[in-house]
Structures are given as C-alpha cells and as structure tokens.
Design a protein around this ligand. Structure first.
Ligand SMILES: [Zn+2]
Length: 1097
C-alpha cells in the first residue's frame, strides 16, 4: 500500500521545481537598485555607458554641411526680418564657440546647411542650435517657424520635408536674442537686477540624425523610473516598475546598447506602459479619466524683460505650439491675453494666421477673456470691466468666440467682485493656482463656488498639481489626486503643463511623457490616475457645471476675496506706476463722461466721440495693469516702458479732455483772472467744496463750488473761517467749525470733533505719525513684506520746526520737515479748510507730503491711532467694500496684516468712525485701533532703483459722526477726482446736460453712477472691430457702494432717450427698462454692478 500511496502524493510540478537549491539568491536592496536607475540617463561619468550617448546616429557641424554668417543689430535694437536681411547689412562668417552679447542685443544668423547624401533615408533629421539664449528660426522668405530656448531646452528644429533634399544647400535665418527665458540674470538668482554684460556662447549649430527608438526609450525609462521612485513604497506597482527598469538596463548592457537591444528594451518597457504609447490613439478609449491635460504657456507680458522682448517671446512660443499641434494630434493648447494676440497680429502676421487656423481647428484655444492677465487688487472697478470688454471683444472679432473661463494662474490674489464681473462678461468659470503659494494657511478647496459681494458665483478650479508650468512628469499626474482637496464633491482636475513665465509652452517631451503616464493607468491600473488629452478647459468646466446642475454634487462655497497670503508688498512697490494708474483711470473717466455729453449736445459741430484715441489710452492702461507691472515686481526696464506709455496716455488724454470741453462750449479765455471760471463736476452727485484757483497776483485765491457743481463763487467771509495759531514752541492749533487739531512737532496729538464733543486721538498717542520699518522679506523683495517687519518699528521725528504756511481764512496749513536718513526726507503739510456751509460732508484734515526717498529695504508708513473700538475695519475695493479683521485671533486673521484698499479705509464703531483717504496708495493695515497707510518701500530686486526718487502723496483723515456711509464713499471720490474748471460764455445753456446721468434727489445714497460712456458699436463711434449697429447709445455703469438694496432715479436732464435696457459689461441688451418723465428707475441688490444702455432719440 505504501508504494501506491507515495505515487499519489507526488506533486505534478515537482519535476520543474528542483529539489535542491541551485545557488544563493539575495533579497534585492531596493534603495540601491533604485539609485542605480540614475546611471541609465546619466550625462556625467556614465554617459558613454548609458542611453544618452545613443540618442543620435550622426551629428555634423561646420563647413561644408553647416555654414554660418552673422549680422549684429546695432544699439540693442530688435530689427524685423526685413530690416535684418537688408542687402546693405554685412553678414560676416562665424562659427560655433564664438560668443555673442551684450545682454539684450540681437544677432541674425544666416545658416546654410546641406544634408549629406547618406541621410536620404534617415527617419528624423534635426538642426540643433544652442547658444544658451532665446532664438527664432525663420525661412529665408521671412516666415517665422519656431522658437529656440537654449541651455538644452527646445534646441531642436525638426527639419521639415521641404528642406530634406540631400546634397542641396538650404538657407534659414536664426534670430538670436541675448537673453534667456528669464531675462539676463546676474548669477544664479533670477530676481536680482539683470546683468547688462552677459555674453552667450554658441555651443551647438549641428545637423543631427535622430535615433527615434532611443529617444522613445528615453521617455519610457524616464516615466518608469519616476514610477519606481514615486509610487508608494508599499505598492506592488512601485516594485514592479523598479524590476522593469532594472531589466531594461540589464538588456541594454547585455548587448552593448545596440539598436536591437534598444528595441528589446522598449518591449520590456511596454509590459508596464502598454503597447499604444507611440500614438495618440491611446487616448481614444472612453475609459473615465480623472485628469485632463491642457498645454499652456504663461508669458509674462513684462517681468524680467521689457515688452519689446515679450512680443518676440509670443511669436517664438506660439509658433512652437503650432508646430507641435501638427505633430501631436492629442495636444490642445490654451493661451490668454488679447494684447498678446494683438501684438502677434501686428508684428507677426504669418504666425498669427497659423494660430488662427489652429483656433479654427479647435486645437489652439484662446482663454481668459481679458486684455492681459492683470492684477485684480489694484485696478479700479471700471478697469476690471475694461479688461473684459476689450479682451472679449478682441477674441470675438478675431476668432468669432468669447471666452467662458477667466484665467489668472499667476496673479497675486483675487478681489471680491471678480465673480460678479466675470458673470457680467460672459464668463462663469475661473481658473488659478496661485493660492497654493500661501505661506501661512493652506487654502482648503480645489473646486468650489466662489461668491462675490453681491452673491454672484463662478465655478473656481485651482489645479491640484499646484502649478501652471507642469513638466508633465508622473509626479504631477500623481499630485493631481493626492493634493486634490475637493474629492468629496468631484475628483477631476486640470493638469496645466508647458514651460512658462518666460514663455515656451509644452515641448514634445511633455506630450511623450503624458502618453506613457496614460499607458501606465491603462496597463497597470489605478495607482496612477488616468490622464485625458484632446479636450478643452471649457469641456472640463462643462462637466463640473452639469454635475452641479443635475444635483449630482454640491460644490462648497467661498465668499469674498481670495486673499493671497504672500506678495503683500505689491500694494506699495513702484509708487509712481500706481499713482499713474490711478490718475489715468480718473482721466479716462472724465474724458468719457465729457465726450459723451459733447456728442449729445456738441456746441462745436463736427465733434466726434474720440473712440480710437480712447481705445488706445485704455489699451495702454490695461497693459500696465499686467500682474508684474502694476504690482511692481518687474525690472527697471519695464518701468521705463510703462512711464513712456503713461506719458502718452496723459498727453493724449489732456488733448481729448480739452477738445470735449471745447465742444461743450467752454473756452480757455478770460486770461485776466477776474471772472471766476465755471466748475464741471464729473461725479454723480452735487459737489461742494473749496477750490484752489491761484492767479499770478493772488496765489492764495480760492473759489467755492456750489449748486450742482456748475458754479464757482468767491468764498465769502466764513462765519467760522479756518484759523491757525501757535500755542507753544512747535505746537499749533488749527481750527474750523467742526474740528480742532493740535499739531506738535509735526504730529497730531489731538483731533477734537467739536459737534460730537469727541476726541479722536487717544491720549498720549500721535496721529499722522510717520514710522519706518525694516523690510527684508524671506526672498521676493519687490513682492513681499513679511509679518516680522512690524517688530522693529521706528518713529520718525520732525527735524525742522513747524511753520505756518497758510493762515486762512479759507484754509490754514502748517508744514514740517522730517529727515528720514542722511539721504531721505519728508515734508508734510497738514491743512484744514473752512467748514463748507450746508455741506453734508464732514471736514477733513488733509496732508500733503513731498518725499525724497533713497532707502534700502525700509518701509515708510503713516499711523493714525484712534479712539474707535471694533473687531474689523472696512476698505474700499472695486465697486464695494471689503471688511477685514483688525485682530490676530486666528492665523487666517493674522495673515491679513497688510491688505489692499482703494481710495479709503475706515474704522468705525457704533455712532462714530474715522476714514483715511488717499490719492495714490493701496497698502493699508488696521491693527486694533491703529490705522496705518503704507507709503513707500525700498526693495532692491528685481529693480535696483525702485522708488528711489521724489514722491508726492496726499492723504486725509476724516472723522465722522455716525457709521460708515456714503459720506466716506463720496469723500474718496472727491479727494481723487479734480473739479474741472473753464470759462463758458453761456453756462446756463448746459444746465440740463450737466444734470443728466446723475441720481435724482430721494435716490438711495449708496448708489453711484460710476461710468458714463458711448456704446461700443454705435455707428458714429465704432472702431470697426465689430459690426456697427444703428443708433446712438449712452452706457451707464451704476453700483451700490454700501451693501444694501438701493432704489433710485437716474435723471436725464433733458437728454431724450427713446428706449433703455439693462445690459451686461459687453453691452449686450437684456431686459427693457422703463424711461419715465423723471428719468430711469433702477433697483440694485447689495453691491450689484448694473449697466444700462440708453438709446438716444
Ligand atoms: Zn506671471
């Protein structure tokens, strides 16, 4: 029995499984085998033994196959192709190894190349060019083909079919720009001011036949090695990837890297990557994908290079993309900024046509709907409107489509009315990622509803890979899930890839890597989320919107601003630029208002609404609001550029204003100064106040603006004129009917509200006190002011005795000079005007400051300690008010230690408050009862000379009985908008017209008519971009400034209107609004921005 039983027990497999161990086999030490992977793609000591030595079959350079001639453009000029290839330009012979410079210079190369006969059958031939700087390949007929990046990046131009005939000399041109992608850094730190003397060595000018299998294996191995390194240690897939990589290396070594071994290696790779990775077809399956890849190229409109270079960057970057879109059917590319498209259209018509064709095909996707990727903290409400109006109109006129997604991946925080304005501009989606840079609190959502002050919402998505310049590595794909914060609602995300900031966009390598990532998901499984290509950002949001609409999910909400917890210095840096922005916005407002009136009732026949000039001004102002320009984070050259543009804006604007006034019948006559001029109030309410009208004989002459803003009458003897007296050594008392101010050594030690019987400055404190802080952020100098700057606070003390500079009765003033250092000083003039009879506006203490500023990493502020108690302060923002804590309870509260305000900030308690007005500042802090206006910073990078000059700044302190209300809103406007004055032979003839488009008495006081302009497409106005429409229209932009439902009547002052509509920002007509005898009745919800289109009879 025993024998039989034994035979049954024998395993059928034992024959193949040896009974005796053949040899010892060790456990693989994973860390060592993982480190070994580095050898395969090594560029150093193992290069010859690894894959990198096998990338190309043959490489040739120099004569007779590559002949180079160069012409250097003079004086750092950037000539066009035609200018550069003029016959008289002498091209001299050159060669690899020669260096070219200095920084910002341009050199044109004529490249004559001849492919050797034996290359007839080569699969891929490339011309490699690397001088460590940027370049552009041109045909000899002047067509820009493709950009070159340098330093190993995008150095290849794939020689197209028409240039592949062997033994035939071909000619191309290469335009070399002596800057890198990030300008001309001095050393390794890119944000230091540019080095003017960089020279660039031409290291490659080679014809190369590419071993396409090796190149494919390079990407196989890159992604596999990432999988081995980045998949969780405890996952089978990580171990599997490591085994595959080591097998590939072993196979390669076994056959000395022969072509057949490379083919074998690829076979091994495909066991993990799948068999479909060599075509776009792998995306054809309809397997659900969590991640949608979209190519993008962030081109900062200026930053570490000037605008002129940006124009070339756009042409380089987008030409590359057109080329890549032809070669990779699954690639989709999106690009924002109408201005960039406009530059391309103007300077590179061939490249623009190529883009246009791809837009038509749906592969090149315009996005963003704005003129530039602008800052959103600092521009006025109307500027934000115009970013959309000019942006969307450009996209519609050139491509027949408007954008639906507002795209601001890199802007420094997002103000609270953006969702409302987006919705009104036809956009219901918003994309960014910048809040991932917060250095205090982690923003808690990836996909959510972002809600405006008025309740309007957009779907916001913040790419969880936390970049808009992803290298499309496996890690980016992985992080799109591991860092996703809204998984409970929806797990999908966008992966925005492509080189950026300095331009560039996706490279072929990015697309190749993504194919392999997708291959892994399809082959190995869900350890790597699946990537989908070939769609648009709109497709992505469509799905989210649908999911929300069907109730499948409910996205969480975020109310109010998306405050960026970094870059708080950008509210203050480059003061002159910010001041110019404010002044230009105001000038444009007044021009549009007066020009509109002039076209309705032009006294001067033939007056035409100066649309073209206004467009030009707006486009320049909008351009300067780019997110590195207005915030102050660009190099000095960019501010030379913007200074020039602003000068142009002010010059044109001055002329337009004068012409509009003339058309209304005003003249510059009456030079003797005896007759007081008439005042034109461009604001939407009755304005009263003192007006300085100096003449040669009477430099201290004043007028009093009264009655609807139209008349100026001489100031009569004020019952309570302003007075000033010296009460002690260096102590002065300034007084009017409302306020009594004590100025001691230049600071206000008492500010007493006579009617309210209230002291505003706490005992022992000093208001209008200048303070200086040490300002050394962790890294980003121009951008950041860090929380610790508040610690070493230094009070500045007057260095001159205070003198009375104006003694009344209309106005009194005292001036004091304070030495800041041996190079810097500030002269402040504190003034008080006589109380204005029957004015509702509270008296203000006005301060005029002249600052000579030459400091290093210092921050100048002015403080106003108050006797107000509250836990939050209010700040004017675009079309509204934002309330922020003035305490540090939580880290979210504390993070707002420096915030953005527009024309005013306010700290109020029940029954009383203090507003601080300014004429050109945006940085503010309220800590407890101390209000602090930020004046000047002194960063040394990236502009070594930022703000080192003379500055003029005005601010005012306005205590007020009662809470925050329209008096502060109006005071903010009046402090900034000048009363325009001129003489008029028959001012009564304008009575009606000058009352038009203003709220009538009895309307809610929070309602503000912000903008009055003509319709974009009116036949007598249209610039021709879009089809003109019959009729003449006035557009009114109105908003509720206080945050409460408001009702009112907009008067028409005799202007005949046949029909009126509510419209959106793009001036599409919506519901009809009744036009009554009195005017137009409107009702707005809290903080609503409403536009109305009025058809003139
Ligand atoms: Zn940027």
């Amino acid at each position: 029995m025993g024998g039989e039983a034994n035979s049954i027990m024998v395993s059928p497999f034992s024959a193949s499984y040896p009974q005796l161990a053949e040899r010892p086999v060790g456990k693989q030490i994973n860390s060592i085998y993982r480190q070994r992977l580095g050898q395969f793609l090594d560029q150093g000591q193992y290069k010859k033994q690894g894959l990198m030595d096998k990338l190309y079959h043959v490489r040739i350079s120099g004569s007779p196959h590559v002949k180079l001639h160069v012409w250097s453009a003079p004086d750092l000029s950037r000539p066009t192709f035609e200018e550069a290839t003029k016959k008289e330009n002498e091209y001299r012979k050159t060669q690899k190894g020669e260096s070219f410079g200095p920084s910002w210079s341009t050199h044109w190369f004529r490249v004559q190349f001849t492919l050797p006969e034996e290359w007839e059958q080569e699969r891929q031939v490339e011309f490699h060019w690397d001088a460590g700087n940027e370049g552009m390949v041109w045909t000899d007929a002047g067509k820009p083909l493709q950009g070159l990046t340098g330093n190993g990046n995008r150095k290849e131009w794939v020689v197209p079919k028409e240039y592949r005939e062997v033994e035939k000399e071909q000619t191309i041109y290469i335009e070399m720009a002596c800057n890198r992608m990030f300008g001309n850094p001095a050393g390794g730190d890119v944000i230091q001011p540019p080095e003017p003397n960089n020279y660039y060595k031409l290291s490659e000018a080679d014809l190369v036949s590419v071993n396409t299998d090796t190149r494919a294996l390079y990407f196989d191995f890159t992604v596999l090695a990432d999988a081995a390194r980045e998949f969780p240690d405890n996952s089978y897939e990580s171990h599997q990837a490591l085994q595959v990589c080591n097998k590939i290396m072993d196979a390669f070594i076994a056959d000395s890297g022969s072509n057949s071994s490379i083919k074998e290696c690829r076979k091994i790779a495909k066991t993990f990557l799948g068999n479909d990775i060599d075509t776009s077809k792998l995306y054809d399956s309809d397997k659900p994908a969590l991640i949608q890849g979209i190519g993008h190229c962030h081109i900062d409109t200026c930053w570490l290079w000037p605008w002129a270079e940006t124009k070339r960057k756009i042409a380089r970057s987008w030409s590359n993309q057109c080329d890549l879109l032809d070669r990779y059917p699954e690639l989709r590319f999106c690009a924002s900024s109408a201005q960039q498209y406009k530059w391309l259209e103007e300077y590179y018509p061939y490249a623009f046509d190529r883009v246009k064709q791809h837009v038509k095909d749906g592969t090149f996707q315009p996005i963003g709907g704005s003129w530039v990727e602008h800052d959103t903290n600092l521009p006025s409400g109307e500027s934000l409107v115009r970013q959309f109006l000019y942006g969307q109109r450009f996209f519609e006129s050139r491509f027949g489509q408007r954008c639906r997604t507002f795209w601001l991946p890199d802007t420094f925080g997002y103000s609270t009315q953006i969702p409302q304005l987006c919705r009104l501009a036809g956009m219901d989606r918003f994309f960014t990622q910048k809040l991932s840079w917060n250095n205090i609190n982690k923003f808690p959502h990836t996909t959510f509803n972002w809600v405006s002050l008025d309740g309007s919402q957009v779907i916001c998505h913040m790419a969880p890979a936390e970049t808009y310049t992803a290298e499309a590595n496996l890690g980016d794909v992985k992080r799109s899930v591991t860092q996703h914060k809204s998984m409970d609602q929806d797990p999908t995300s966008l992966l925005v890839f492509g080189k950026g900031d300095g331009g560039g966009g996706p490279t072929f390598g990015h697309v190749e890597k993504l194919r392999r990532c997708r291959g892994i998901s399809d082959t190995v499984g869900s350890v790597l989320p699946r990537v989908q290509m070939g769609r648009s950002v709109e497709d992505f949001f469509d799905r989210l919107e649908k999911k929300a609409a069907t109730g499948e999910t409910e996205f969480v909400t975020w109310y109010g601003e998306l405050y960026f917890e970094l870059h708080r210095g950008t509210y203050t840096t480059q003061a002159a630029n910010k001041r110019n922005n404010r002044k230009a916005e105001i000038l444009l407002h007044d021009i549009e208002y007066l020009a509109t009136l002039a076209t309705i009732d032009g006294k001067k026949k033939g007056y035409k609404y100066p649309k073209k000039e206004i467009d030009g001004m707006w486009e320049n102002v909008l351009l300067c609001q780019f997110h590195d320009c207005l915030p102050g984070s660009s190099i000095e050259m960019c501010y030379d550029d913007s200074d020039e543009l602003y000068a142009k804006v002010f010059k044109t604007g001055g002329n337009l204003l004068r012409e509009a006034m003339e058309a209304l019948g005003f003249d510059d006559g009456d030079g003797d100064g005896k007759v007081l001029p008439k005042a034109v109030n461009t604001l939407g309410w009755e304005r009263k106040g003192l007006l300085h009208l100096p003449t040669k004989e009477e430099p201290g002459r004043y007028g009093l603006v009264v009655d609807g803003g139209m008349d100026v009458v001489p100031p009569y003897c004020f019952a309570d004129a302003a007075s000033v007296k010296q009460s002690d050594e260096n102590t002065f008392v300034l007084k009017n009917k409302d306020l009594e101010i004590v100025v001691e050594n230049g600071a206000i030690t008492s500010l007493y509200d006579i009617k309210s019987k209230r002291e505003v400055v706490p005992k022992g404190s000093k208001a209008n006190q200048l303070v200086i802080f040490d300002d050394r952020p962790l890294y980003w100098q121009a951008w950041d002011v860090e929380v610790y700057h508040l610690n070493p606070r230094k009070e500045l003390h007057a260095t001159s005795s205070t003198t009375i500079t104006e003694s009344g009765p209309e106005r009194v003033a005292v001036s004091t000079t304070t030495q800041i250092s041996d190079k810097s000083w500030i002269k402040t003039t504190i003034s008080l005007a006589a109380s204005i009879p029957s004015s509702n506006q509270p008296s203000q203490v006005e301060v005029d400051a002249e600052v000579e500023w030459h400091e290093t990493m210092k921050f100048l502020k002015v403080e106003f300690p108050t006797t107000i108690t509250n836990t939050s302060a209010s700040y004017e923002t675009q079309f509204g008010i934002v309330s922020r804590p003035n305490h540090y309870n939580t880290t979210w509260d504390m993070a707002k230690f420096e915030v953005c305000c527009h024309k005013w900030a306010d700290l109020s308690e029940h029954g009383y408050g203090v507003s601080v007005l300014n004429d050109s500042k945006y940085g503010f802090a309220t800590v407890g009862n101390v209000m602090r206006l930020s004046l000047l910073r002194a960063p040394k990078a990236p502009d070594a000379h930022a703000d080192m000059k003379r500055h003029h700044i005005r601010w005012a302190i306005m205590p007020h009985a009662g809470g925050l209300d329209e008096r502060t809103v109006r005071a903010g406007f009046e402090f900034n908008f000048p009363v325009r004055t001129a003489h008029h032979p028959d001012p009564r003839s304008l009575d009606g017209l000058l009352e038009a488009f203003k709220f009538r008495e009895g309307s809610s006081p929070g309602l503000v008519v912000d903008t009055v302009k003509r319709g974009e497409d009116d036949e007598d106005v249209s610039n021709g971009d879009m089809p003109a429409k019959k009729g003449r229209h006035v557009i009114l932009r109105v908003y509720d400034s206080l945050g409460g439902r408001g009702r009112g009547t907009i008067g028409l002052g005799g202007v005949r209107v046949s029909k009126a509509w509510k419209c959106n920002l793009l001036e599409d007509e919506g519901e009809v609004v009744e036009v009554g005898e009195e005017g137009i009745e409107v009702e707005l919800r809290a903080f609503e921005v409403a536009s109305y289109k009025l058809r003139l009879v």
